[in-house]
Write a protein of this length. Structure first.
Length: 278
């Protein structure tokens, strides 16, 4: 696994419009790839894949994206831009955990948490997993599972619940960790919510070998659900795509590309040799 994990967001055939918008708002953002199926762009030190998947799925607030802003002028500008046509979940204000913070669902349904607190990393945008309802005591368990699967890994921060919260002993309110160089946040809520993890937000793991595909497929999918075309949902409901790093090259081959696509549409777990032989 030579490339970092990166998020994939499901769109109802307006991925290019969303990518163009994000690239005008986040500094140093740029389009990496664009075709009728996917648009990829980079921003905040990570790559995003935006998938034109149609109306079947949509992103939910169970996955949001922390944007660690370097100055108050930056958070003010992003707040004004992202709230336009969207929904303010928590207004830009001072909170116990941050001098300037806001949570917004933008007009495309993507959730952003803006924070003026600095992060000691070139990765300024960090995906956040929100564990709610019956899963709200699972942050520690999820963090342990992910850091055991992805190597190298590193624990950056743990914030346990106070005893007064009434949560099971050892439950975490917030955790931050690094998986093969990719920073992720996880947090929980004691409130009731009408959403959960869904394929509307997933995480792509590009694998260089069949051995890597087999290992990630088995480890992440254990006690979860296996779907088609390299997709799975882990035991917490978080969606992952386990794909060969050579797949874009094979799909773009003018001769083999159509056969490669027809081949992997029949697969659950990707088989690299079958794709090469297509």
């Amino acid at each position: 696994m030579s490339k970092p994990i990166y998020p994939c967001i499901w769109f109802n055939n307006n991925a290019q419009e969303a990518a163009d918008f994000y690239c005008t708002q986040f500094k140093d953002a740029k389009i990496l790839e664009s075709n009728p199926m996917v648009t990829r762009f980079s921003a905040g030190g990570i790559s995003f894949m935006l998938l034109n998947g149609g109306p079947k799925y949509a992103p939910t607030a169970a996955v949001s994206y922390f944007v660690y802003c370097e100055a108050e002028t930056e958070i003010n500008r992003l707040y004004d831009a992202l709230k336009e046509g969207g929904k303010i979940l928590m207004p830009l204000d001072t909170y116990d955990w941050s001098p300037r913070y806001a949570w917004i669902e933008d007009r495309f349904g993507v959730n952003w948490q803006l924070d003026v607190e600095a992060i000691n990393s070139t990765q300024k945008i960090v995906p956040n997993l929100l564990f709610v309802n019956q899963k709200n005591a699972k942050v520690h368990e999820a963090r342990e599972k992910y850091t055991a699967i992805f190597k190298p890994s590193m624990l950056l921060m743990d914030m346990p619940y106070s005893p007064e919260a009434g949560m099971p002993r050892g439950s975490l309110l917030f955790a931050q960790f690094k998986l093969n160089g990719f920073i992720m946040n996880a947090m929980s809520s004691t409130l009731q919510h009408d959403y959960d993890f869904s394929p509307g937000n997933s995480f792509v793991v590009e694998c260089d070998t069949q051995e890597e595909i087999d290992a990630f497929w088995e480890a992440l999918g254990k006690n979860g659900r296996y779907d088609m075309c390299g997709w799975l949902a882990d035991e917490f409901g978080v969606s992952w795509q386990i794909v060969p790093s050579i797949l874009p090259q094979l799909m773009n081959d003018p001769v083999k590309g159509p056969r490669v696509i027809q081949s992997f549409l029949k697969m659950q777990k990707f088989d690299i040799q079958t794709l090469l032989d297509a």
